[in-house]
Design a protein around this ligand. Structure first.
Ligand SMILES: [Zn+2]
Length: 261
């Protein structure tokens, strides 16, 4: 069994000085790829640095996170875009709309999200979408740019049945499931049972959202196994069946990640 963590931020300062130790531990646990979404201009060098140390293990994405969008967005977006021609990325991320923390820049968040969706179309890359309190807005942008031209994952999906129904109408989109599914008070397992394992990718979102029994502590890629176990239980599948199915989903979407099925 080989797992891929489709969304983690192992390059962040939260992991200093243990990045290498954690990468090693992840490998030893049976993880053979980590997909790293970028946050903003301040995180790019750290992310590239980690990728240069583990070229066949760690795969970067490029993008501007919605909570980093402000009035300087035009310049920031231009500088973010300039990286796309400089090296290979497995996706555009993480991008989206977040209205939970702040609604001040909603207009700017939409512009930035749509522009990055267009990059993904031009480069034929999947997108890793962050959406918080903003499903209608995110879906509107996707349909505006053209859902049939896009593909990607709704990372850290914690939506309702109704929101899941909307995503099910988008055949080229998956949902990313992380530690939230293991939380005692979460309805997420019930919600995702309304879809098939073919729709699911596994992720940690480390350093955030550690699964039970590590809840409240700093998350790390190896903890993804706890989420895999819970997803297996949710769908009534074996752990191996779950790992293989979600791996196939991952490699089908992020098809530049060169790993055996
Ligand atoms: Zn993230």
């Amino acid at each position: 069994m080989r797992l891929i963590d489709t969304h983690c931020h192992l390059y962040l300062e939260d992991f200093d000085p243990e990045q290498d130790e954690l990468a090693q531990r992840a490998k030893e646990s049976g993880i053979d790829a980590l997909l790293l979404p970028n946050v903003d201009l301040t995180t790019i060098d750290r992310m590239h640095d980690l990728c240069d140390r583990y070229p066949e293990f760690v795969f970067p994405m490029m993008g501007l996170h919605p909570t980093s969008v402000n009035s300087h967005y035009i310049d920031i977006l231009k500088r973010t875009e300039s990286y796309l021609s400089k090296r290979t990325y497995c996706g555009i991320g993480e991008i989206g709309i977040d209205l939970y923390w702040d609604k001040t820049y909603l207009r700017e968040q939409r512009i930035v999200f749509e522009e990055q969706l267009r990059w993904s179309v031009d480069l034929n890359l999947p997108v890793a979408i962050h959406t918080r309190d903003a499903y209608p807005e995110v879906l509107e942008c996707i349909h505006k740019v053209g859902a049939e031209r896009l593909k990607g994952v709704f990372h850290s999906f914690t939506g309702t049945t109704e929101e899941l129904e909307e995503i099910k109408k988008l055949p080229t989109f998956k949902i990313g499931i992380n530690g939230v599914v293991t939380f005692k008070n979460s309805k997420l397992a019930e919600v995702i049972r309304q879809t098939d394992i073919e729709k699911i990718l596994l992720e940690t979102d480390a350093p955030y959202l550690s699964p039970v029994p590590y809840r409240g502590r700093r998350n790390e890629p190896t903890y993804i196994w706890k989420t895999a176990e819970k997803v297996a239980e949710t769908f009534g599948l074996t752990l191996e069946g779950t790992v293989n199915a979600t791996r196939k989903n991952t490699l089908g979407l992020f098809n530049s990640v060169n790993k055996p099925l």
